[in-house]
Design a protein around this ligand. Structure first.
Ligand code: HEM
Length: 126
């Protein structure tokens, strides 16, 4: 396996973990609104997201890609910021509120868009 493929596999594994942790945090927030999330569930997403980005940067370096010159990569970066902002909004919202459900749904749409862009390598995946 080449270093690029290894980083890509790591990146995809982190993508799965990132999405799963986000859903888990949202569900726990709703099942036990009064109970604070375990410390591990607050720290783990940051470690995983750092690894996700680290793998992405590694792939860009190996492939010699400038993410600001390649439209689908730029779209991923912008959508990533949107996903992070919506995710933070969701976790700060009142548990089990309409606002939390709406920001959760919007964050999942942003996440899905990033995955579709990655697979199609197009800004408008069809
Ligand atoms: C939450 C954020 C992200 C998600 C959900 C995500 C998702 C994915 C997925 C699912 C793939 C595999 C696509 C395939 O099957 O071919 C992939 C590949 C890739 N991603 Fe990401 N990604 C994210 C962030 C980023 C960022 C910020 C960058 C850098 C700008 C990036 C750069 C890449 C590159 C270079 C590949 C490899 C493309 C290839 O060789 O096929 N990703 N990403």
């Amino acid at each position: 396996m080449t270093a690029y493929n290894l980083l890509k596999a790591g990146h995809i594994a982190c993508v799965v973990v990132s999405g799963s942790l986000f859903v888990l945090r949202y569900v726990l927030h709703n099942i036990h609104p009064q109970r604070p999330l375990p410390a591990s569930l607050k720290v783990l997403p940051h470690i995983n997201d750092t690894a996700l980005l680290g793998c992405a940067i590694g792939m860009l370096v190996i492939a010699g890609l400038n993410p600001f010159a390649v439209s689908w990569l730029l779209a991923k970066i912008i959508a990533l910021f949107v996903y992070i902002a919506l995710g933070a909004m969701c976790m700060r919202a009142t548990p089990a509120s309409r606002g939390q459900a709406a920001s959760f749904a919007a964050a999942m749409i942003a996440f899905g868009y990033i995955v579709l862009v990655a697979i199609s390598k197009a800004v408008l995946p069809v």
